[in-house]
Design a protein around this ligand. Structure first.
Ligand code: S3P
Length: 168
């Protein structure tokens, strides 16, 4: 079976939904950030601080290629994976892309205590989240095969919508 890539802003529920889908579909699961931390032996904060965002994006692009070849995988992507068009091209070639959408207010509530997201360190407020989300909105929308709004929905409802979309 082809891969399933979950994309969306930080805190849109990709990791949680990926775990539920994995149980439902019995596919393997890759959490991109966790795999990067494991392979690099460094936290995401440290990678950004020591080598910069571009280097992190290079690692991310390489990982997308590796996962694409493995196949049969549910991938919880980093929120910024869509900023490189080649990542989107490659995801499209090796699977389906599911966009989990949420409002800036919902996102803020989910990530406000997080300290391991360098993009939001020092910018942890609804206005900044809304602004960055707007900057990325088209990238998420254009990449998506299926878009699911997650505000106010249970995990089960979200998964049901995804499964229905996939089987169409
Ligand atoms: C990022 C999102 C993070 C992580 C990194 C950069 C982004 O992933 O890859 O901090 O640019 O949106 P999550 O979406 O899993 O938090």
């Amino acid at each position: 079976m082809e891969n399933i890539f979950l994309i969306g802003f930080m805190g849109s529920g990709k990791s949680t939904i990926a775990r539920v889908l994995q149980k439902e579909l019995g596919m393997q699961l890759v959490e991109m950030d966790a795999r990067i931390v494991q392979e690099q032996g460094m936290s995401i904060n440290d990678i950004f601080a020591q080598y910069g965002e571009d280097h992190f994006r290079d690692i991310e692009s390489q990982l997308i290629l590796t996962i694409g070849k493995e196949g049969d995988t549910i991938v919880s992507c980093g929120g910024g994976v869509v900023v490189r068009p080649q990542n989107v091209d490659y995801m499209r070639k090796s699977g389906r892309i599911i966009y989990l959408k949420a409002t800036p207010e919902t996102i803020y509530e989910r990530v406000k205590h997080s300290t391991d997201r360098p993009i939001l360190n020092g910018n942890m407020n609804v206005a900044y989240i809304a602004q960055l989300m707007e900057k990325r909105r088209e990238l998420y929308e254009n990449a998506a095969d299926i878009t699911v709004s997650t505000d106010g929905k249970s995990r089960e409802e979200i998964c049901k919508e995804i499964m229905a979309g996939i089987s169409e």
